[in-house]
Design a protein around this ligand. Structure first.
Ligand SMILES: *Cc1c(COP(=O)(O)O)cnc(C)c1O
Length: 371
């Protein structure tokens, strides 16, 4: 029997071969490669998909986060509230601006920022809250927005893992003051390389990030501010525009795998399944379980030909990159406990139910062997 890959990017993109080739030919024939018509077309389509007035394509998800914070004038002396258990990019975007990272612990069940812990982290320097829709499930945005309103803070969604997910019926990207998306190949909507975008209803913000992404320039060779070079290539935009009409279908296929896992794994003792909040519709970027003996479980599955991953093995505050902040082990116990136990099972739109069933059998056997 062949091994079950964690995510078969090769198969996913081959299934779009005709569409991707059509996109490539359009760009080649147009002769425009940067800030051209393909980018505009995709920006309009993705804004419409999310239900926002604007979408601004940028170089990657990290830059999308960074440019929004920059456009809001956030910098040294300011504080930004962020989950303690996110991918390091969310933290790095804050570091880029010189602002101070204020980590807040997640809800141990949903893994998303716990709104009840936010107030205690707010100071007179707090400028923004940066919730992450982790693993494809929207953060609990209603209370987060309420707190932000009360204290006059901005809300920036990190939606890099949640293209198409819904909260109270509304799509991510339209749930805060602005949102950042990544189109890294492994995301639910992935390019054939790096890419990202910002969505917002705020005309002034959209204008500001359009200027920032293009050397601080609105008119060629006239530079209003010290900007960046962070644009979504027309070629990647063309690929994304071709794939976007199938995003809901692909998310639905992920959802079918998730439902199968949920139904079949729920009775396994010692295995904690994902919790999806009532208000949320996850797009299952990842299917993350927890087990006390995670490393042994992962090894056993590896031996059975089932590839798994850990998202993420080390929380940002314990990374050498953030040694300077002097966070200690034990400083964010919920996050640390999660990082020690989580395991991501194979998940993707080209995965079959038969493959899911094999994963289920292997997990069942592996857990029972661990005793
Ligand atoms: C992938 C990811 C990013 C960064 O996106 P890039 O395009 O890789 O820069 C940011 N935040 C989260 C939660 C991510 O998963």
């Amino acid at each position: 029997m062949s091994d079950i890959p964690f995510l078969d990017l090769h198969a996913i993109n081959l299934s779009y071969k005709d569409q991707l080739q059509a996109g490539f030919e359009r760009v080649l024939n147009s002769g425009w490669f940067v800030l051209g018509g393909e980018l505009e077309r995709f920006e309009q389509a993705f804004a419409q998909y999310c239900g926002t007035r604007h979408c601004v394509g940028v170089g990657n998800g990290l830059e999308a986060l960074h440019l929004v914070l920059k456009a809001w004038g956030i910098g040294a002396g300011d504080e930004v509230i962020v989950p303690s258990n996110t991918y390091i990019a969310t933290w790095l975007a804050i570091s880029y601006t010189g602002a101070t990272i204020v980590p807040v612990e997640p809800d141990p069940e949903t893994y998303n920022l716990d709104p009840d812990r936010i107030r205690a982290a707010i100071s007179s320097r707090t400028r923004a809250i940066l919730p992450v829709h982790l693993y494809g499930q929207p953060a609990d945005m209603a209370p987060i927005n309420e707190i932000a309103k009360e204290y006059g803070l901005k809300v920036l969604e990190d939606s890099a893992q949640a293209h198409g997910a819904r909260y109270k019926g509304k799509r991510t990207g339209a749930l805060g003051d602005a949102a950042a998306f990544s189109f890294y190949p492994g995301k639910n909507l992935g390019a054939l390389g790096d890419g990202g975008c910002i969505t917002t209803d705020d005309d002034a913000l959209a204008d500001a990030v359009r200027v920032l992404r293009n050397y601080g320039s609105r008119v060629k060779y006239h530079n209003e501010v010290q900007g960046y070079n962070s644009r979504l290539d027309d070629l990647q935009a063309a690929f994304l525009a071709e794939k976007l009409p199938y995003l809901d279908r692909d998310n639905e296929l992920r959802s079918k795998i998730a439902t199968r896992y949920m139904d079949a794994l729920s009775d396994i003792k010692g295995l904690t399944l994902p919790t999806i909040a009532e208000a949320c519709q996850s797009v299952w970027h990842l299917f993350v379980v927890m087990h006390q003996r995670r490393d042994e479980l992962q090894q056993a599955l590896q031996g059975m030909g089932v590839a798994t991953m850990i998202h993420y093995p080390i929380p940002p505050h314990l990374q050498p990159a953030y040694a300077e902040l002097d966070f200690r082990a034990g400083g964010f116990p919920i996050s640390e406990r999660i990082h020690q136990r989580i395991l991501s099972l194979p998940m993707g739109p080209t995965m079959t139910l038969a493959e899911a069933d094999r994963v289920i059998d292997c997990v069942r056997n592996a857990v029972s062997e661990l005793g």
